[in-house]
Design a protein around this ligand. Structure first.
Ligand code: FES
Ligand code: FES
Length: 255
């Protein structure tokens, strides 16, 4: 008898040897070894939707992939064999700056460095090197222009607008459901947000032409304790096939 379970987690194959029969998917995901803390465990009994993940499998009879939003607090890891688990982390993310880039290092953590903190030695060194390189390029260009001007046509200096410095986070690559939830003031403490986002992410894939009413109806298993449902549902209903210009006009926008 097999004593291991294999499945895919956010695109990577996972194999667990001798899994405990009472190990639940939510506890496995949030364990220090896996560290996928996106799904939450507010109730642990299938009542709040905070632990929602998407479970996918290949339907051989219909020859298509099926996706289902499930409560990971009710799913034993032992019952995942051959399936695909997608957590919110696997549905995209706002682009983070490259932590290797010294310029971003001081503010990369949540706490961030105080404004008046001295720059890191690596930043100072990079700055000095950049200035030296810039001076050398300017000198070389000046010399080259002088030489060419002796027997060539007059050269004009070409200046281009400097590229915009990448912001610390852009929304490209972010789960569009999460983005619209945020842009409609639908996330206050954020504890329930992942559940709403994953539920909607599955629903809109399976029902791309869903109406506002149909979208509203799928959230009866998601509980929010602080934001209030109006803002959350507005964000979700912007995906509806019957979302109108009038709805758009009256939606409370995030400023
Ligand atoms: Fe799973 Fe509440 S923690 S539904
Ligand atoms: Fe805080 Fe829903 S519980 S945002």
């Amino acid at each position: 008898m097999a004593n291991h379970v294999s499945f895919f987690l956010n695109g990577k194959e996972v194999s667990i040897q001798d899994p405990s029969p009472d190990l639940l998917l939510i506890d496995y995901l949030r364990s220090p070894e896996v560290a996928l803390a996106g799904p939450k465990k507010p109730c642990g009994q299938g009542g709040c939707g905070g632990c929602t993940v998407i479970l996918s499998h290949w339907n051989a009879a219909e020859k298509k992939i099926e996706h289902r939003a499930i409560n990971s607090c009710l799913r034993p890891v032992c019952a995942l064999g051959g399936l695909v688990v997608t957590t919110v982390e696997g549905t995209g993310a706002a682009r983070r700056p490259n932590p290797a880039h010294p310029d971003h290092a001081p503010t990369y953590s949540r706490g961030g460095a105080p404004i008046e903190a001295p720059p890191l030695p690596a930043v100072v060194q990079a700055h000095v090197q950049t200035e030296a390189k810039r001076a050398k390029v300017q000198t070389d260009v000046r010399l080259a222009l002088r030489e060419l001007a002796l027997d060539g046509p007059e050269l004009k200096e070409v200046k281009e607008e400097a590229a915009e410095h990448p912001s610390c986070a852009v929304h490209e690559g972010m789960n569009p459901v999460a983005y619209r939830l945020a842009m409609n003031n639908g996330s206050q403490c954020g504890y329930c947000s992942v559940g709403f986002v994953m539920n909607m992410s599955e629903f809109i894939v399976n029902n791309p032409k869903a109406t506002k009413k149909e979208i509203e109806d799928i959230f009866d298993g998601n509980i929010c304790r602080c934001t209030g449902y109006r803002a959350i549902l507005t964000g979700m209903k912007t995906f509806a096939s019957d979302w109108t210009e009038e709805d758009e006009k009256h939606r409370m926008k995030c400023i």
